[in-house]
Design a binder for this molecule. Structure first.
Ligand code: AR6
Length: 173
């Protein structure tokens, strides 16, 4: 495993990194979970930029990502990505979740972001099985880092104990 991958437990809105990733929905208009927490803590500037993006390109498709300011957050940017809703596993959910990680990292690389933190995309309201989601997340980030020397740190920040335990096991092996 690439040693630029780090694990933490806690609230992503508190992290002082170049960018945090938001588990958004395709409307980009906010919601509950980590999305709600990010918009609350970051203030209205984030929503303003999301509205401009929606006006330009009409929201964000599942697996894609867009970037806005971090507003009042300690992070400079928020990269909003839209995870797949788990629907049994035969609707391309795994590939779409991998796309969330790789497309977020591509946007980060394009914006000279050296430290980025990911939440456990799709594992809340969108019901993606946490063990599968963790494997996909780690594998996709590790593969990206193999081809990229500029990124200095990728943090997985887990909110709940179950995810934290799963990542801990994966990253220690
Ligand atoms: N910091 C880090 N992780 C968090 C935080 C936080 N402050 N709060 C929750 N989590 P979810 P999804 C974890 O439901 O499944 C929204 O309404 C949480 O423990 O936020 O991708 C959007 O608008 C879980 O592991 O996102 C969409 O409509 C993980 O974040 C929809 O939910 C993701 O849970 C997206 O669903």
């Amino acid at each position: 495993m690439d040693d630029r991958i780090k694990l933490q437990q806690g609230d992503i809105t508190k992290l002082q990194v170049d960018a945090i990733v938001n588990a958004a929905n395709s409307s980009l208009m906010g919601g509950g979970g980590v999305d709600g927490a990010i918009h609350r803590a970051g203030g209205k500037q984030i929503l303003e930029e999301c509205k401009q993006i929606v006006n330009r390109q009409g929201g964000c498709k599942t697996g894609n990502a867009v970037i806005t300011t971090g507003g009042k957050l300690p992070a400079r940017y928020v990269i909003h990505t839209v995870g797949p809703v788990w629907n049994g596993g035969k609707h391309n959910e795994e590939e779409l979740l991998a796309n969330c990680y790789s497309n977020s990292l591509k946007i980060a690389a394009g914006n000279v972001i050296k430290a980025i933190a990911f939440p456990n995309i799709s594992t809340g309201v969108y019901r993606f099985p946490k063990d599968k989601a963790a494997s996909i997340a780690v594998k996709t980030v590790d593969a990206f880092l193999h081809t990229n020397r500029d990124m200095e740190e990728v943090i997985f920040i887990c909110f709940d104990d179950e995810n934290y335990g799963l990542y801990k096991r994966l990253l220690n092996n």
